[in-house]
Design a protein around this ligand. Sequence first.
Ligand SMILES: [Zn+2]
Length: 219
Amino acid sequence: MLKRIFLIILSFILSFIFAITSIRDASAYVPVIDPGHGGEDGGAVSPGGDVESEINLDISMKMKYLFCLFGISPVMIRETDISIHSPKANSLREKKVSDLKNRVSLINSVEEAFLISIHQNTFTDSRYSGAHIFYNGEQSRDFAVLLQKRIRDHIDPSNTREAKKVPKGVYLMEHVKCPAILAECGFMTNLRELELLRNPSYRVKLALLIVSTYLILEY
Ligand SMILES: [Zn+2]
């Protein structure tokens, strides 16, 4: 009896390993996760003092661990609260420019990269809320459209936003050669949404939605 239970458990473990391996083999892309801002450049700041770069990093690290569970190792642009500017950069402006350039070269150095850039939104009118997903071209459009729909279906039914082509002027998205999406996960200027963005389990939900969308599309 014990031997039978052991064999059943063993076959379950083996089939799980094979499933993971086949997911890994099937993937054509390498996910590159870009937690926006970092270091001296905290990005947006909420009226209560929450810093965008910290929220971006936490969601991104949760995504990393979820990808790893499925046997996929994403490339992380940063894993701590740092800016990746060159040592020559002095002023904050120079550091921001240098940081973005270095991010672009890092991303462009990854073969078959699929970029997922994580940011938070702000607006002068605090009524506005809702995650908004942008894409940089046809190859990442499906991902953005599906992710936007799944966010509406699973965590925010009131979010009627449509995935859009990224507007002109977003340096990183304009200069990367790979398919890319920019996830503006929510508005830090909307108090209800800010409460959610502060919540660790809401961050897990966001991370899970992004990673599972990637897996569903078998990238
Ligand atoms: Zn940002």
